[in-house]
Design a binder for this molecule. Structure first.
Ligand SMILES: Nc1nc2c(ncn2[C@@H]2O[C@H](COP(=O)(O)OP(=O)(O)OP(=O)(O)O)[C@@H](O)[C@H]2O)c(=O)[nH]1
Length: 369
């Protein structure tokens, strides 16, 4: 076996570097949701930047400018961002640290305009606020935060009107208001477009384009989730695999368009005849999967019989009547995922071989370890 050794020199080089990489990396608990992960990445970056910038500013103000009061305020902000960073990384919490980050940055910008007393140059920096408050909090909360921020800026300006030497204050106030509203409006529009596009992509990635029900990826996720719930709460859930009978004939006799219409209507029929807590997915082709949370085998069997009756009785405008076969099984906390699914698949296969338009049960022995 190859042995790797690390010299003391390498350790010194590697440790600070890996500590830095660790800080830059977004914590794993956010990795399951791409949207959340992007938000967490941004928050991590903002908190680290705020901590670094404020630390440098505090040192500069203390040692070079000699302004201890300002340095103290900046050190308080460093403490706040470090606290937020700790909560974010240690407890994988996003909301609280995000609000702390945006409030700290907002307070810092407001303090800057108070501190420079009428100098309008720092006002351009105010547009940094919506740039990160929108991606951090989402459209609604960010708009509220930004409007409050604009109101605070204007209130500070009005407060300083008679006290500070501002050249042409009315004109300046008008310019600042317009710049903040237009700048914020553009960022709002951009964020709105981005959120709408992301939502669309999200829906497309979760649903089947033909029938509109959950797709196979979502089935896998919901199935995994239901197994976790079953093991945690120590109760069973059921699964029904459905396959349309002789579907190839429909395509061959009436064409693919009619076949597609049958699939859509079949999905609709099942959706209306099952509970809102049940989840119907298109497993692939003419095969569907129905997850029934908190349902035992007897209840699943009753539902299978009802569904078979409903499917048999339904008349499709061009294709007439269509039947389906089903494999029915119940997952209990001691079941094994793979063997359970295989047993249901085999049950469906048996239902087909027993003449179709019926169901077969996954045997308990086959479904368990
Ligand atoms: N129109 C349409 N047909 C599809 C779609 N996906 C799969 N199919 C068709 O579904 C048919 C499935 O055929 P088979 O696997 O032989 O099954 P079957 O004819 O239903 O026979 P049994 O399942 O044994 O009752 C094939 O002709 C596929 O082309 C789809 O999205 N639209």
């Amino acid at each position: 076996m190859r042995k790797t050794t690390t010299t003391a020199e390498q350790m010194v080089m590697v440790r600070p570097l890996s500590a830095l990489v660790l800080l830059l990396e977004t914590p794993q608990p956010f990795a399951h949701d791409p949207l959340l992960f992007r938000r967490a990445q941004l928050l991590n970056f903002i908190l680290l930047t705020l901590t670094a910038v404020m630390s440098v500013a505090a040192l500069f103000n203390l040692l070079v400018i000699g302004d201890a009061r300002l340095a103290l305020i900046e050190l308080a902000m460093v403490t706040a961002t470090l606290l937020a960073l700790w909560r974010f990384r240690r407890h994988a919490s996003l909301q609280g640290p995000a609000w702390l980050a945006s409030s700290t940055a907002g307070a810092m910008l407001l303090y800057l305009i108070v501190h420079t007393q009428g100098d309008t140059n720092p006002y351009v920096l105010l547009l940094l606020y919506p740039l990160f408050v929108y991606p951090l909090h989402g459209l609604r909360a960010a708009t509220l935060a930004y409007l409050l921020f604009v109101a605070a800026v204007l209130a500070i300006f009005v407060y300083g009107w008679g006290r500070w030497s501002i050249s042409n204050p009315a004109q300046t106030l008008f310019n600042i208001t317009i710049a903040l509203l237009i700048g914020g409006g553009i960022i709002y529009y951009y964020e709105h477009t981005r959120e709408a596009a992301l939502n669309r992509v999200r829906i497309l990635s979760m649903t089947d384009p033909l029938t509109g029900i959950w797709n196979r990826t979502m089935f896998d996720e919901m199935f995994t989730h239901e197994i976790a719930v079953s093991r945690r709460q120590q109760h069973c859930f059921s699964l029904i695999l459905l396959d349309l009978d002789h579907f190839k004939r429909i395509n061959d006799e009436y064409g693919h368009d009619i076949g597609d219409a049958v699939l859509r209507e079949f999905a609709q029929l099942l959706t209306t005849r099952t509970r809102a807590s049940d989840s119907l997915s298109r497993w692939g082709g003419e095969e569907f999967a129905l997850i029934l949370p908190n349902t035992d085998l007897n209840q699943a069997e009753v539902l299978a019989r009802t569904l078979l009756k409903t499917i048999r009785a339904h008349h499709y405008p061009r294709a007439g009547r269509v039947t389906a076969s089903m494999g029915v099984g119940t997952f209990c906390p001691n079941s094994n995922r793979e063997t359970f699914f295989r047993a249901i698949d085999q049950a469906l296969y048996r239902a087909k071989h027993q003449g179709r338009d019926g169901y077969a049960l996954a045997t308990t022995a086959a479904a368990s370890d």
